[in-house]
Design a protein around this ligand. Structure first.
Ligand code: NAP
Length: 288
């Protein structure tokens, strides 16, 4: 067997993951000796899987996807404070110099912010975000937006879960929780209007993904300056993104976050920053 260092994405199911395409693309561009594979790991298998990887000299780490982002927390030697605050890990690495300790981190939040950074360079009197969804991705998104000074309106098909998310991140006070039906019927747009405001709508549900219905929301009811950010990346251009573009709104698709979070992981696994000048070619490859 060739002694090739490797990293991987673990989950169950994992066959749909696009992570190998991204990491292999960068390995190839950099001419690095390394591989990146998909590994199906069930919940029951997770402890034994990590114990085996801990002593595998070729293993460089793993990206973590559904359903392990929360479950892996209790199996690691250390978890960075941001991942702890979000309550989810999306990357595990091993420190070989420190007794093969396994460390967890979260790059979903920073990957999410990456395409917004140019917009955040301006000053705004009001930064208002409507975040739809109350799962792991919504937690990372709300953490990122809170750090970027947004007031966050959490929207969930279960209003209680939206309120619980706000409590989990300590957002109460500034923020609100709404049911999806309630929000779709009357989005609270008043504070997002005005030249010095930055209104943002984030879809952090699977609605719009292949096999799911579209997000039931009339974008025409939101301020015209609203930036529409859809975390769904399959298809690369969702119906929500298409509707936003048709209304002249700035639209950001899920591939941006996918590539952004992978970039941080790649450096942690393979010790080199990925060559981001090829992002356009990578996006085309991912959209196929
Ligand atoms: P999750 O933890 O399972 O949470 C899913 C959320 O969507 C929950 O709030 C759930 O509500 C809600 N939801 C599910 N089906 C719904 C429906 N039919 N109508 C209304 N709400 C519905 O999943 P996640 O990890 O947060 O991921 C959410 C989405 O973000 C997925 O599409 C995922 O692919 C995408 N994502 C993208 C990236 C990226 O890099 N672009 C990264 C992470 C995630 P309940 O709790 O009531 O079920």
């Amino acid at each position: 067997m060739a002694a090739t260092p490797y990293a991987e994405v673990i989950g169950d199911p994992v066959a749909h993951s696009k992570s190998p395409i991204i990491h292999k693309f960068w390995l190839e561009k950099l001419g690095l000796d390394g591989d990146f594979v998909r590994t199906r790991v069930t919940r029951a298998e997770l402890p034994a899987f990590l114990a085996a990887r801990r002593i595998d000299p070729l293993w460089r780490g793993c990206s973590v996807t559904i359903p392990h982002k929360q479950g892996v927390l209790g199996l690691l030697d250390e978890v960075d404070p941001v991942a702890l605050a979000i309550g989810a890990v999306n990357r595990v690495t091993r420190d070989r110099r420190a007794g093969a300790r396994l460390a967890g981190g979260n790059s979903d939040w920073s990957g999410f912010l990456e395409p917004l950074r140019p917009l955040l360079e301006a000053k705004h009197a009001v930064r208002l975000a409507y975040v739809i969804g109350t799962g792991g991705a919504a937690l990372a998104v709300c953490h990122a937006l809170d750090r970027a000074g947004f007031t966050i309106v959490s929207v969930g098909r279960d209003r209680d879960k939206a309120a619980a998310l706000q409590r989990r991140l300590g957002l109460l006070g500034d923020s609100r929780a709404l049911g999806l039906d309630e929000f779709a019927a009357a989005p609270p747009v008043e504070s997002g209007e005005g030249a010095d405001s930055l209104p943002l709508l984030v879809n952090a549900t699977p609605l719009g993904m292949a096999g799911y219905p579209d997000l039931p929301l009339d974008l025409g009811r939101l301020p015209a300056a609203t930036i529409v950010y859809d975390l769904v990346y399959q298809p690369a251009e969702t119906a929500l993104i298409g509707r936003a573009q048709a209304l002249g709104m700035t639209a950001i698709g899920g591939l941006e976050m996918l590539i952004g979070q992978a970039a941080e992981a790649f450096e942690a696994f393979f010790g080199k920053p990925p060559p981001r000048r090829h992002d356009e070619e990578l996006r085309e490859r991912l959209a196929r």
